[in-house]
Design a protein around this ligand. Structure first.
Ligand SMILES: [Zn+2]
Length: 438
């Protein structure tokens, strides 16, 4: 396997190199590698090519390129896991490929192919004296972030994952999932709503974090007061927007909700103070959940959050050209397609099939169920392409992940390496090369 992997990397590097020459770009960027390069990986979980396209059409139209696609370099990453059985990855194996540069079986969260412990990019960053941060719009102990900051044999060991973050001293931890940090019976700071919201575990990890020197925030005002260098913010999980909107929940008036782009701006403020640079992994997990539940409307809203986060980061890069930003996904979710809506408002024939549709946890019926007369189902459209009269709907082929390649866009030092088609492990290769170049 290592031989194949290295060959693939060399081939990919050759492709990227020749693409640069063909494009007439200067390859001198490498000699411009800054002394203390920082790295941000931003993953839209489940954000395949069609998701990125739908977000573009619905929110930005045909004239203005959405921020994540306006980055100067782009390419594709494959997503296949190192699994003896499966062709399609889960988030744990997908993130592990980035974190350790090796393809591993599904379910593996930050460990090697034989479940052995290996240094992750976050470990390497810490070894370089860099600040480290993990940010999620959903549960901060999710598999993607855990693969970097708290490798575990099972992605569901959420309390262990939280503990592992503290053991490693990850400087910035922002996201939802408060229940894993408080002992059973202690509701924490955010009101528990719904069965799934009760506290778990038996350790008070918030108290532990505070005694370890972390500042702690749980709502907008405590969040605004954070200054670092160590900060833990356990705020309203963005999943609440999706699961309770039918009952009228308005996250805009929830004091415990902090918009993802604000989480990112604060993370940059705190981490950017480290003179050795920083390593930050950000995930929009909500986008994947929306794909699993065939909820195109909320998928596109999660995409808007990603673009807002990208805007904050590209603004930051203007004064900090030493920051490499990589925007990609661990896989596609839902087998989403963009389809026409016919003149009479009906979807194209045979484009609404119930068979593959999941029943979301808040509902009794599939979200993609055709309406009486075969009309476009709730949450699948029709959506208008911004600034036009043209409309589209979305359709789905599975409630699970799919094996398609995913787009990757990048800006900053060595961003040009992401031109071309590469294995997902290539993220690790480029980042370690960037850090090794000093
Ligand atoms: Zn998923």
């Amino acid at each position: 396997m290592p031989t194949l992997h290295n060959a693939a990397v060399k081939f990919a590097a050759a492709v990227a190199g020749s693409a640069l020459v063909l494009a007439g770009c200067s390859a001198a960027d490498d000699s411009d590698v800054p002394k203390h390069p920082s790295v941000i990986i931003l993953s839209g979980d489940g954000m395949g090519p069609q998701q990125r396209t739908a977000i573009q059409y619905y929110l930005y139209g045909l004239d203005e390129r959405q921020p994540m696609d306006a980055l100067p370099y782009s390419g594709y990453l494959d997503t296949i896991p190192g699994d003896p059985e499966y062709a399609v990855t889960d988030s744990a194996a997908g993130a592990t490929a980035w974190a350790i540069g090796q393809k591993v079986p599904n379910g593996t969260t930050g460990l090697g192919p034989d479940s052995e412990s290996v240094p992750t990019l976050l470990d390497i960053a810490r070894g370089r004296g860099m600040a480290t941060g993990l940010v999620n719009d959903h549960d901060v102990t999710n598999a993607t972030l855990a693969a970097f900051g708290s490798p575990v044999p099972d992605r569901d060991l959420k309390v262990d994952i939280a503990e592992g973050y503290l053991d490693r001293g990850v400087d910035v931890l922002f996201g939802g999932g408060e229940k894993y940090w408080y002992p059973e019976g202690n509701p924490g700071k955010i009101p528990d709503v719904g069965e799934d919201d009760a506290s778990e575990g038996d350790a008070d990890l918030v108290a532990r974090a505070e005694s370890d020197g972390y500042q702690y925030a749980y709502d907008q005002s405590t969040f605004d007061a954070l200054t670092g260098p160590k900060a833990l913010a356990l705020v309203q999980d963005s999943a609440k927007r999706r699961s309770t909107e039918i009952e009228g929940y308005d996250y805009g008036t929830d004091p415990n909700y902090v918009a993802p782009e604000k989480l990112v701006a604060k993370a940059l403020d705190i981490l950017g103070a480290n003179e050795n640079g920083f390593f930050l992994v950000i995930e929009s997990d909500d986008l994947d959940s929306d794909g699993h539940e065939h909820d195109a409307q909320n998928m596109m809203l999660a995409g808007e959050s990603i673009n807002e986060m990208v805007k904050v980061i590209t603004e930051y890069q203007k004064d900090h050209p030493e920051v490499l930003l990589i925007v990609t996904a661990d896989h596609e979710t839902g087998g989403m397609t963009i389809e026409n809506v016919l003149d009479d408002g009906e979807p194209e024939p045979n484009s609404d099939q119930v068979a593959d549709d999941p029943v979301p946890y808040w509902s009794d019926t599939p979200e993609n169920m055709p309406l009486p007369g075969g009309g476009v189902p709730q949450r699948s459209g029709p959506f208008t392409i911004k600034g036009t009269d043209r409309r589209f709907k979305v359709d789905w082929t599975t409630p699970e992940h799919t094996g398609t390649m995913v787009p990757v866009t990048a800006a900053g030092p060595m961003a040009e390496r992401f031109t071309g088609v590469h294995p997902n492990t290539y993220v690790y290769d480029v980042v370690t090369e960037l850090w090794g170049a000093n």
